[in-house]
Design a protein around this ligand. Structure first.
Ligand code: 5AD
Ligand code: SF4
Length: 531
């Protein structure tokens, strides 16, 4: 019997990839994905803990499911990913109707857990047990299932990495092997029509920035064997992928020890991938850590034409005092040296950053230094976040969250305004240039009431759902430098790499026109490092 699965993903690209792996595992076991949450047999939320806001969304989703579960007691509900790992069994106390908890480091166990939970719930439904109240008697969550203590046949399914692994520098071989098998199990088929794909090269993080939950939820850093990565990329390209994005929390820290004295560095891996998979037009990677970038890696980016000249290198702050309190391990001067070095190697490199505003003790003077850093670096884009205290992190233990919310909001808006001004100038400078884009999908022009004083209507582009009208002619593509370009064209071009000329830049959006060569529009197969 086919069972239906609703899977909703929150957070970063790593979660998107984890969801893809989970989906392919569960599909192989007869599950069919459904967009209808409340009538699904199994509902899974792949969660993010990086900021409180991301967790709140999941809490409200779980609340919304109460009624559906009351009506269909055989429904199985699972919380997977970082929030499962961080909150642990406390989730059961708040939401007794949750059946499965699975941390991001334990996803290889999920198919068996889902299977068990489905069987148990169906038995419960037949036997007339409903959802039971939680009696608070659960203890060790590590590695298995447990009774919920209500006398029901139901056992909750729990797989968490637990505290024992969190601060250790290594993982036991069996655990890493199983996770590696999960990555290798990925179903790759030309029938899926995949054009853009993520490939993990590193799991976890060892940096322990004081504000961040990732080292606690995803565990210590583990590097995947280069042979497996190359093979995965080859298979993806064989199935039609034209852009592969390598993933890692501090990706340029990648270094694989082969055990016989040989090691493959990040620069080696990039070069080997570029040479081993010549049919891949675009190779990207995120996220880079400012301190670990070698000249070798920058030289490989400069010399290998199919590697996109795009670096996402979060600065987080422009104040040395705050960087120290964040345990970032570099000073503003070192960050700026890196930016200068990257631009020396590749004058056209596109740089993006993350910033946290309102970190504990941040003063107006600290914030002014952040603004100064942004102005100096002129990022293509910045992701700006208000500091969100995360329980269990060093920052929470060490500092009070002492920057008031309205100050955080103001700094967020001010920094955004500076970035917007830079984006605007960068975009204007691109008008008239011809750039290579990968057509990502159809878009539709929608209007939105602006909160601007003028009260006018801002036009902005939004991605249309895949099933949008086949005749949609508004397309959206991305340059090698990660800029979004809107243009008119044929929906049959989606997934192609093409040349477009930038004809206008309005409201932070680039508008292009396809470059016609001879009688027709020629999608290019070769990557030209523009944009
Ligand atoms: N509060 C606000 N932003 C955070 N980030 C990570 N942890 C927090 C936090 N506790 C931001 C950082 C990181 C990005 C992925 O999320 O800027 O680079
Ligand atoms: Fe978090 Fe810092 Fe690791 Fe990035 S480098 S995942 S911010 S601990």
């Amino acid at each position: 019997m086919k069972r239906t699965l609703y899977l909703e993903t929150f957070g970063c690209q790593m979660n998107v990839l984890d969801s893809e792996l989970v989906l392919s595992q569960l599909r192989a076991r007869g599950f069919e994905q459904t967009p209808h949450r409340d009538s699904a047999d199994v509902v899974l939320f792949n969660t993010c803990s990086v900021r409180q806001h991301a967790e709140q969304k999941v809490w409200s989703r779980l609340g919304e499911l109460r009624q559906a579960r009351r009506e269909r007691p055989q429904m199985v509900i699972g919380v997977i990913g970082c929030m499962a790992e961080r909150e642990g069994t406390a989730i059961f106390q708040r939401f007794p109707h949750v059946d499965i908890l699975c941390g991001p480091g334990e996803l290889d166990k999920l198919p068996a857990m889902v299977h068990n939970a489905v069987i148990e719930r169906e038995l419960d439904a037949v036997g007339g047990y409903g959802p039971e109240p939680f009696d608070g008697r659960e203890d060790s969550p590590i590695g298995g299932t447990q009774e919920n203590g209500t006398g029901s046949s139901r056992r909750r399914q729990v797989a968490l990495m637990g505290a024992s692994f969190r601060r250790s520098g290594t993982l036991d071989a069996a655990r890493t092997d199983n996770l590696e098998l999960l990555d290798l199990s990925r179903a790759i088929s030309p029938a899926d029509g995949v054009r853009q794909a993520y490939v993990r090269i590193t799991r976890g993080c060892n940096k322990f920035c004081t504000y961040c939950v990732v080292p606690y939820t995803r565990g210590p850093e583990v590097h995947r064997p280069p042979g497996n990565i190359i093979e995965e990329v080859r298979r993806l390209v064989g199935a039609g992928a034209v852009e592969v994005t390598l993933l890692g929390q501090t990706i340029n820290h990648y270094c694989y020890e082969h055990g016989d004295g040989r090691r493959t560095t990040f620069a080696d891996l990039l070069y080997q991938l570029h040479e081993a998979v010549p049919d891949l037009p675009r190779l990207r990677f995120v996220t880079s850590y400012p301190r670990d970038f070698t000249d070798q890696a920058l030289a490989v980016m400069r010399d290998c034409r199919r590697i996109c000249r795009y670096l996402h290198v979060p600065a987080q702050s422009g104040s040395d005092r705050i960087l120290k309190a964040m345990n970032r391990g570099y000073s503003t001067g070192q960050y700026l040296d890196f930016v200068d070095r990257a631009r020396e190697f590749m004058p056209d490199v596109s740089l993006a950053s993350d910033f946290i505003v309102g970190f504990p003790t941040e003063t107006d003077a600290d914030f002014a230094q952040t603004v100064q850093l942004l102005r100096r670096c002129r990022f293509k884009n910045s992701f700006i976040f208000k500091y969100s205290p995360r329980p269990g992190t060093v920052a929470v233990e060490r500092f009070a969250d002492d920057v008031p919310e309205d100050v955080k909001r103001r700094r967020n808006n001010d920094l955004l305004a500076v970035q917007t001004e830079i984006c605007h100038q960068n975009n204007q400078a691109m008008v008239g240039q011809t750039v290579e884009i990968l057509v990502e999908g159809a878009s539709k022009l929608v209007s939105r009431r602006a909160s601007e004083p003028a009260g006018g209507v801002i036009l902005r582009w939004e991605r249309a759902p895949a099933e949008a009208d086949a005749k949609v002619t508004q397309l959206v593509g991305r340059t090698r430098g990660d800029q979004v370009v809107c243009f008119e064209g044929d929906s049959g071009w989606i997934g192609r790499i093409m040349q477009v000329r930038i004809v206008d830049a309005r409201n932070l959006t680039l508008f292009g026109a396809p470059v016609e060569q001879g009688s027709g529009i020629v999608p290019s197969c070769h990557a030209i490092p523009t944009g």
